[in-house]
Design a protein around this ligand. Sequence first.
Ligand SMILES: O=C(O)C(=O)C[C@H](O)C(=O)CO
Ligand SMILES: [Zn+2]
Length: 279
Amino acid sequence: MTIDVRHVCHPDAVKGFDTDALRRHFLIENLFSPGKILLTYSHIERFIVGGACPTDAPLELQSDKATIGSPNFLDRRELGVFNVGGPGKVEVDGIAYALKSRDALYIAKETETVRFRSDSASDPARFYLLSTPAHARYDTKLVSAADARKMELGAQETANKRTIYQMIHPDVCTTSQLVMGMTQLEPGNIWNTMPSHVHDRRSEVYFYFDVPDSARVIHLMGEPSETRHLVVANEQAILSPPWSVHSGVGTSAYTFIWGMGGDNIDYTDMDPVPMEALR
Ligand SMILES: O=C(O)C(=O)C[C@H](O)C(=O)CO
Ligand SMILES: [Zn+2]
């Protein structure tokens, strides 16, 4: 298991970042490596973001003295897991939950052991992980895309026809602060979250997938009057601080998993940015 640590950046400092600095602070390029768990610890909301890709042997989530400090990873945290690979199992204190592609599992605070397995090493599961600190324990729950609260948004004419699957969401699954779901664009549609917004009371992480090898997503970030962009390839993630706009456009359709933590668990708590304010 590896943990990369990222610190918080003030927006005034980010104005002067070049492409390398923007990518080093806000883009997570590698989330999956066969037979490994790769993690990034961000001081933004104390998110832990990563991926587990088990092959022949199970992989166990372990704590880390330098960052988490408690004996078990989830002693004071909760965890959202989305499978974006082949079928697999997540064992939570000995109970196995089967996750096919796009199923999610919320794992409770105070869980002692979490193990990831693939059903077949030739089609390994790819478990995307997002964890936040938690003040209370709620039940571990498996949520499939069919169980999600769904919202159909946008139109073909504006190239933003998409379905939002709210999965680890207060109407579906009770958590301390973690809210997660998935946005899937219809073929031929490329824009998410436009008009854009900020969510000052929460920070977010976006994991982009279903991006063809030859395609990229242009993720917009920065203060509304001082935008920057990151060019994102398949299975890469973005750390989004509360002062940053949220919007993105692809060179083809894609899917992304959004995850949020912060001062409330109200998905709709977003401040729209008027188009004329964007620069
Ligand atoms: O396409 C969209 O619109 C979204 O996916 C909205 C996100 O869920 C979001 O903005 C979360 O902050
Ligand atoms: Zn958003």
